[in-house]
Design a protein around this ligand. Structure first.
Ligand SMILES: Nc1ncnc2c1ncn2[C@@H]1O[C@H](COP(=O)(O)OP(=O)(O)OP(=O)(O)O)[C@@H](O)[C@H]1O
Ligand SMILES: [Mg+2]
Length: 338
């Protein structure tokens, strides 16, 4: 695969109100050609509206959308959705129930272009099912038909709005991996909307976190998880506990020891601890007591109250068993200072 070089999508200052509600408010986003970007944010933060502004189903009051270097919404003009070279996959698949698989996939193509239909159906692994009706497909198969339909006209970008949320948990992970693979093979540029942080982190090259109508941090998954820009983002993209950590001479002092810290001396600083970096050991002279233990099989989440009253959680494998009330020594392998 060649390195992505040019911008497939560029949004600047997009704003869209519904009555009093600013659904999208000063929204910025860059999507490099060939990359997969997730828009991640809580319900109601404007993800779907942002996607619809990019696709052209909504018109912004301010700001610009460029696709492939051409302004498609903004002061210099308006390009309607059907001429934006954008493919869209909706949450509910929205297949045409009266058309078979080939009919659905070929719907937007001149004369249904059977050769192209066969090509994309092979890409999504449904070559044998072209005559099936949507009602006779599994949820995962319907999802792949919807993706094939979006990709059939060779769009510049594919936009996916919560495409996996109607699938049950076991199927979801499988279909997600499949769709990711299909997009990679096609070298497609894609934007995925989701409110599921695990999905965003595992699916995309870049995650754009949204809050209240705009993006608040845009970063590769590992960077986002390890170096969230603020406490809200830290807590939104994973489990995180925060403990007091006054900073002096480049060191943050916490109940779990000292950590290197940038910046000036300050009293109000806190450190973020991810549960998997917190290590517990049964120890009668330790500084914490186990107050809760949730067992999941592949791992467990153990909550500890430290003697100064703060709370931290530790995630580790199925053993050892540290029952409630056990006194433990607590150590953190890494921490991020805010
Ligand atoms: N057509 C509409 N008319 C009025 N208000 C709307 C309309 N569409 C969206 N909104 C409002 O705009 C805000 C953003 O909605 P949007 O659907 O973009 O959020 P979202 O991030 O996709 O949420 P979810 O995760 O629940 O799908 C919400 O407050 C919503 O109620
Ligand atoms: Mg939505």
């Amino acid at each position: 695969m060649t390195a992505p070089q040019s911008l497939a999508i560029r949004c600047r200052g997009l704003t869209k109100h519904f009555g009093e509600v600013a659904a999208v408010d000063g929204f910025h986003l860059d999507v490099w050609e060939g990359s997969v970007v997730s828009l991640l944010g809580p319900s109601g933060c404007g993800k779907t509206t942002a996607l619809r502004l990019i696709a052209g189903f909504e018109e912004p009051e301010a700001g610009t959308v460029e696709i492939g270097g051409r302004e498609v919404a903004g002061p210099h003009g308006w390009v309607p959705p059907e001429r934006r070279q954008v493919g869209m996959v909706f949450q509910d698949h929205a297949l045409f129930p009266h058309l078979d698989v080939a009919g659905n996939v070929g719907f937007g193509l001149p004369d249904g272009d059977p050769a192209r239909v066969a090509e994309v159906l092979d890409l999504v692994g449904l070559g044998d099912l072209s005559q099936r009706m949507p009602a006779d497909l599994s949820g995962g198969q319907q999802q792949r038909v919807a993706l094939a339909r979006a990709m059939a006209p060779n769009p510049r970008v594919v936009l996916l709005d919560e495409p996996f949320s109607s699938l049950d948990a076991a199927l979801r992970e499988h279909v997600r991996a499949e769709v990711r693979q299909i997009l990679a093979v096609a070298g497609a540029t894609a934007v995925l909307v989701t409110h599921d942080q695990e999905e965003a982190l595992s699916f995309s090259d870049v995650v754009a976190v949204m809050r209240a109508g705009s993006t608040v941090q845009v970063a590769p998954p590992t960077t986002l998880y390890l170096e969230p820009a603020d406490e809200w983002i830290a807590g939104f993209v994973g489990d995180a506990d925060f403990i007091e950590a006054p900073v002096q001479d480049g060191l943050a002092t916490t109940a779990l020891g000292e950590f290197p810290a940038d910046g000036p001396d300050r009293v109000g600083a806190r450190v973020m601890l991810r549960p998997e970096s917190v290590v517990l050991e049964a120890d009668e002279t330790g500084k914490g007591v186990v107050t809760d233990r949730r067992f999941f099989g592949h791992d467990q989440l153990v909550t500890v109250r430290l003697d100064d009253g703060s709370r931290v959680r530790s995630r580790f494998g199925p053993t050892p068993v540290l029952a409630e009330g056990t006194r433990v020594a607590v150590r953190a392998e890494s921490a991020r200072v805010f």
